[in-house]
Design a protein around this ligand. Structure first.
Ligand code: NAD
Length: 312
């Protein structure tokens, strides 16, 4: 399969590297020139449980330089950059190109559908972890999976083909009609841990430093799940609460990406996580005060970082 990856940071590089190793023809599209140059000069350094190696033969260029029209465009920018990234590859998306998002948060299907007919949009969820260690170097340890579904539910065999290609790269992928449940449950997890850590500066484990941390995390999860249920999405409350408790107990030093973004002075994905939850809650007439407060706090942090509010 001819695959382009739009946004080749941590996740895009991991998926791109594994897909290329499994024999697919992969092009990484990114605006990080140092990352692209490192891949050109020595290949992509990929570190997984299988060890560290260099992946060669990957195409890597800026989005506007992408040539041809791939069978699959896999979108892995941060959600706040999806729209502009897709605009920059408008000519690269052909009538046969399917577009897949495995990004976190809500609203990705709608964003993709503004650029591609909904009949060729594939949505999904992945819990593979990845970190970009430096230009041209990606690391991922542990196990994950990928679950995907055609946005319109029907499948002419292409979604299954995409799943088989990802699965063949060792990414443990399956077609799953219940993918919205997986997406919402991950949103609940991220809405609690990502935003609480980003607002408080705590690592995941430090959230149990005061009883209020655990109570807040639990309240945020329950609010998100209430909105999911109001939208007709089946979710498993206990599984979500257990996942949060497990992360706090076992991933104690982990800094979620939203905290890393705040520490680096970058804008976060708060809009597509707690922000989208609030928007959908309002449509459903449900109050989500904890999510709303976290959204407000992160908006203030981002505004201060843009220097709109001078530091004291
Ligand atoms: P990242 O910041 O490492 O990578 C994003 C990449 O997009 C960067 O390399 C950036 O240069 C590039 N980019 C930005 N604007 C662009 C544009 N206009 N055109 C092309 N490229 C552009 O982020 P990530 O950690 O890989 O996360 C990507 C998505 O996957 C997010 O939605 C995240 O929430 C989700 N996710 C991440 C993980 C993880 O462990 N990292 C796990 C599951 C899901």
């Amino acid at each position: 399969m001819n695959i382009s990856i739009l946004g080749a940071g941590a996740m895009g590089s991991l998926f791109g590297g594994l897909l290329a190793e499994s024999g697919q023809q992969v092009t990484l599209l990114d605006i990080n020139d140092r990352h692209l140059q490192a891949i050109h000069s020595r290949g992509l350094s990929l570190e997984t449980d299988a060890g560290q190696r260099y992946v060669h033969g990957l195409g890597a260029c800026r989005p506007e330089q992408a040539s041809g029209q791939p069978d699959l465009l896999l979108v892995f920018t941060k959600t706040l950059h999806t729209d502009s990234a897709l605009r920059s590859v408008a000519g690269h998306i052909g009538p046969q190109t399917w577009v897949l998002t495995l990004q976190n948060g809500l609203g990705n299907a709608e964003t993709l559908s503004r650029h591609v007919p909904a009949s060729r949009v594939v949505i999904g969820m992945t819990n593979w972890p990845a970190d970009l260690l430096g230009p041209g170097q990606v690391r991922s340890h542990g196990l994950g999976e990928v679950r995907i579904m055609g946005l319109q539910g029907h499948d002419d065999g292409r979604v299954a083909q995409v799943a088989a290609v990802l699965d063949g790269a060792g990414l443990h992928c399956a077609v799953d009609r219940e993918v919205w449940s997986a997406i919402w449950e991950k949103v609940a997890f991220n809405a609690a841990l990502n935003s609480l850590c980003a607002a408080s500066g705590c690592t995941v484990g430090q959230l149990d430093g005061a009883p209020e941390g655990l109570a807040l995390a639990r309240s945020i999860v329950l609010e998100v799940l209430a909105v999911a249920q109001a939208q007709g999405v089946a979710v498993d409350r206990q599984r979500c609460l257990d996942a949060v408790s497990y992360a706090i107990a076992h991933h104690r030093t982990h800094k979620p990406s939203m905290l890393q973004d705040v520490l680096a002075g970058r804008p976060t994905e708060i809009a597509s996580i707690n922000g989208e939850v609030l928007a959908r809650a309002r449509q459903a007439g449900i109050a989500v005060p904890h999510n709303e407060t976290l959204l407000g706090l992160l908006r203030l942090i981002e505004a201060r970082q843009r220097r709109r509010v001078p530091s004291l």
